[in-house]
Each structure stands twice: as C-alpha cells, then as structure tokens.
Design a protein around this ligand. Structure first.
Ligand code: ZN
Ligand code: ZN
Ligand code: ZN
Length: 303
C-alpha cells in the first residue's frame, strides 16, 4: 500500500511506499532476480532460460493500479551487460518496448504522466546491478513536467523546440547529432556532464516518432552513454529520464531524454547539498561548453 501526502511548503506530493523497505538490495549474481531462470535453480522474476527484453510489474511498487503503476524493463539476459553495450538492434527494440509501454500506460484513466528512467551505478542508489530500467506511471503530473509546461508558457510555444534550435544554431555545447536527433549539454546545465538528447522535429512522445527516428534515438543514446564511459575510462553512473507528453489532457510535451550524472571528475561526486537542496540553486565549477568539448571528444574516442 502506498499513501500520498501533500507537502504544503513545497506544493508537491510525497509517496510513502512502506513495504519497499524489504526490497532486494544488491544481491549476489547467483541470487539476481533479473537473470533468466536456469534449469534446477530457483525461479527468478523471469521464468525463461533465455530472453531478449523483459517487462514486468515491479514487485515492490511505489504505485499500483488503480493509482498508477511501476514496471521493470530488463534490457538483456546478460547480467554483466549495459545499455551502451547492447547490440544496436536490441537498443532499437528497446525504443519500441518503451513506446508500447508509454502507449498502453498513458491510455489508462488513472495515469497522467509516464516516466521511463534508468538509474545506473551505486552512486545513484541502484539496488540491482543487472542492466535494467524502470517505468513509473503517475496518477498526477509531477513537479518537473509541470515546470516544463511553465517553460512552454514562458517561451510562448514548445520550449524544447526553441531550446534545441538555439543549441543547434550555437553549436558550442553540441555533443553529437544525426539527421533527426541532437545531443547537447544544455546552456544552463545543473550537473557537470548533464546531456539532453532531443528529437529535432516536434514529437510529443515515442508514439509520434517514425521508425527511422526511433533507430536514431537508440543510436545517439548509445553514443552518449559510450562517451560517458570513455570520459573517465570507468563505468559512468547516471540517471537517465525520458520526458514525454503528460497524459492529463494537456497538449504540451516534446520527447527528450535527460541525463543527470553525479560525477564531476573520475573520483569526485557532485552532491546536491546546501545551496541545491536548501535554496534550489545549483552551483557549478565547470562551464557547460567545457563539459561539452570533453564529451564530444569522448564520444569520438568511443565510436
Ligand atoms: Zn542478473
Ligand atoms: Zn517541440
Ligand atoms: Zn525535460
């Protein structure tokens, strides 16, 4: 059972999912619940001896029908794999899985916002090493997409379209792009190596993309995450979030993927501390143009 309380001072909802205290925490590979079920071994979450991609309801959900949903998306049956090392066809297939889950969840009357995300690395609180992502379907539009809605109102149209056009025109923060998808460190990035991966045409969600755009999106996401690993020559922790159109009846939203990596150097974490938590103001010691140049080079090296 999850209860929702409204935090008056912040003007936002907080979810209390008490049962999650007991969830599996960094099991050994032999006890991994996301590995395939092998003959003679106890059944995992996935009752098959091999699989490509798997989706199922989270056993420790923060939200449940009829008030939202939480799902797990397993990228591969290889315990030691990662998103950036999936075969290109598999990464492309993942875009179609995401698209299908967004379409199905967003059609539910109790779902106002679908957030697809991946936490990678113990630095961002990962509890299972097996390569996977998650989907949270919220019964309300959370504060971050509401802020993006406010940005649309402030800019008098789709904010993502306007910002992507600015970044492509300026070019100094571009990391990599192809005919349909651009990746850049945003002008006012809050994290040292924050990257936004954006559909160049206005596409509210994955369901509005052409097959070629989905292929491009997979390719650019893999290029960026391979560049991340090449940057400091180590697995690079990140939080990856897909922002798509809210499904509360609004008409806003433009598909883009935001990466929030917590590293500022190979062995230094950027903690959101006093100024960030207490005032909501991020303080950086690197300019986005410098980060973008380093990432451009890393993406080239990793290609
Ligand atoms: Zn595993
Ligand atoms: Zn747009
Ligand atoms: Zn966004």
């Amino acid at each position: 059972m999850t209860t929702t309380r409204f935090n008056e001072l912040r003007g936002e909802d907080v979810l209390y999912a008490i049962h999650r205290q007991d969830r599996t925490f960094l099991p050994s590979e032999a006890d991994c619940p996301l590995c395939p079920t092998l003959p003679g071994r106890p059944e995992t979450e996935i009752p098959f001896s091999r699989f490509e991609l798997a989706v199922f309801e989270n056993r420790f959900p923060a939200m449940e029908s009829p008030e939202g949903a939480c799902e797990v998306v397993v990228y591969t049956d290889d315990h030691h794999g990662s998103f950036n090392r999936l075969a290109p066809e598999r990464a492309e297939a993942l875009m179609w899985v995401w698209r299908h889950r967004y379409a199905e969840l967003s059609a539910r009357p109790d779902v106002d916002y679908v957030l697809i995300f991946e936490n990678r690395g113990v630095e961002v609180g990962v509890t299972l090493h097996h390569p996977h992502g998650q989907i949270y379907a919220f019964p309300f539009v959370p504060p971050v997409p509401l802020r993006e809605r406010e940005a649309d109102a402030r800019l008098g149209g789709c904010a993502v379209c306007a910002l992507c056009a600015r970044e492509r025109q300026d070019g100094s923060r571009l990391v990599v792009e192809d005919e349909t998808v651009a990746a850049y460190v945003p002008f006012a990035a809050r994290w040292p190596y924050e990257v936004h991966v954006v559909l160049r045409e206005h596409r509210p969600s994955l369901t509005a993309c052409t097959p070629a755009e989905l292929r491009s999106l997979a390719g650019i996401l893999q290029a960026v995450t391979r560049g991340y690993d090449a940057l400091f020559d180590r697995p690079f922790p990140y939080i990856m979030c897909l922002h798509q159109a809210p499904t509360d009846g609004g008409t806003d939203g433009h598909l883009h993927v935001e990466f929030y990596p917590p590293l500022r150097a190979a062995d230094k974490l950027k903690y959101p501390a006093g100024s960030e938590q207490g005032a909501g103001t991020f303080v950086q010691d690197t300019l986005p143009e410098e980060s973008a140049a380093a990432l451009r080079e890393a993406v080239r090296r990793a290609a």
